[in-house]
Write a protein that binds this ligand. Structure first.
Ligand code: SF4
Length: 359
């Protein structure tokens, strides 16, 4: 990131202003987004994270997009909380393949007290490997947020998903305010926030605006903003929802970049259904983070070597957590390509039926 934290950040965006950004001619919007992006980031660097499902399925929440919800029958194979050693093995593999951040997701409404010591061990172990750590475990109390922060958790993911108005069409087992409360606990504990939403759930343009306004106007903007394109999973209530217009999706990325100039905007779930050209447009619109690997928790993600080939074609580099020379970066990229060409399976989650997104 090129500028200091306080530069150019607004927390008073109005719906009217954001609608005006969306309504610009596409080229004007992209130019503005790219200009903001260049003022704050190296435009040719993309942060790369790896995501592992540490507990899969049987979630008591009823998020209509999610095959991990126990409310829908999607044929997903459930998995109990993985052992700490297994998680650390996966983290080592992710690091060897060029990831700088390791994200661990559990399909819970909230972590139970008996699970906390295990997730704390996971955080400590992954940190010791020199990776940034991120977790998504559902709602947190302030005490749990404190425990995770003390263990050294860098980021907590908790998506707002959509606008406050559309929220109860998608989830009824918790409220928007529950989400905001958890985000506040995470902030109060001193951790960074990863929070974004899903485009293509049947929401209106106003809901997409509403989501971005909420995220941008948080007291401190999320450091990481995943913008997901709905992965329609058979058996979920959203399996037949109408496709979102790819151009509208790119507009969302561009507007997110303009509103949250210092955040990493992550091109997240749904990349499997995007062409290389659409992904290139998303990077141009200011996306500068991806999940790398074959599966996003339980939904397919482009094969890792394809990601690296696309990086090469676009002249993009994985953002490094620790500064390294160009030669080292080149060699890391080539190693990652080679390794992925030899080995096609990356996550345990690839062995379960295609399904879910993040919390
Ligand atoms: S998105 Fe998260 S909270 Fe919602 S059903 Fe899926 S696993 Fe549970």
């Amino acid at each position: 990131m090129r500028s200091s934290e306080s530069n150019n950040i607004r927390h008073d965006w109005t719906v009217k202003e954001v609608r005006a950004l969306f309504d610009q001619p596409f080229n004007d919007l992209l130019f503005q987004a790219q200009t903001v992006h260049r003022a704050h980031f190296d435009p040719n660097e993309v942060q790369v994270s790896t995501l592992l499902s540490i507990k899969t399925g049987a979630c008591p929440e009823d998020c209509k997009y999610c095959p991990q919800s126990g409310h829908y029958n999607t044929g997903l194979e459930k998995e109990k909380l993985l052992q700490v050693e297994k998680v650390l093995e996966k983290a080592k593999e992710a690091k060897a393949k060029g990831s700088s951040r390791f994200c661990m997701g559990a399909a819970w409404k909230h972590p139970s007290d008996k699970d906390m010591p295990y997730v704390v061990e996971m955080v400590k172990g992954v940190r010791n490997l020199g990776l940034e750590t991120c977790m998504t475990l559902g709602m947190l109390t302030d005490e749990q947020a404190g425990q995770l922060a003390e263990a050294g958790l860098d980021y907590y993911n908790h998506n707002l998903d959509t606008s406050p108005d559309f929220y109860d069409k998608i989830i009824t087992t918790r409220t928007y305010q529950d989400r905001l409360d958890t985000l506040q606990h995470v902030r109060d504990a001193g951790m960074k926030i990863c929070s974004g939403g899903i485009i293509g759930m049947g929401e209106k343009a106003n809901d997409r605006i509403g989501l971005l306004v909420q995220l941008a106007n948080l007291p401190v903007q999320p450091e990481s903003v995943p913008i997901n394109m709905l992965v329609k999973v058979k058996g979920t209530p959203l399996e037949n929802v109408e496709d979102v217009d790819p151009i509208e999706f790119i507009r969302c990325i561009a507007v997110a970049r303009i509103l949250m100039p210092q955040s990493h905007v992550r091109l997240s779930a749904g990349r499997e259904d995007m062409s290389d050209e659409m992904q290139a447009l998303a990077f141009m619109a200011g996306a500068n983070s991806i999940f790398y690997g074959e599966c996003l928790l339980t939904t397919p993600n482009p094969e890792a070597h394809k990601d690296m080939q696309l990086f090469k074609r676009l002249g993009l580099r994985p953002e490094q957590r620790i500064e390294s020379s160009d030669d080292e970066q080149e060699s890391l990229l080539n190693k990652a390509i080679q390794s992925e060409q030899n080995k096609h399976r990356f996550y345990d989650a690839t062995t379960v039926a295609p399904s879910a997104a993040k919390h």
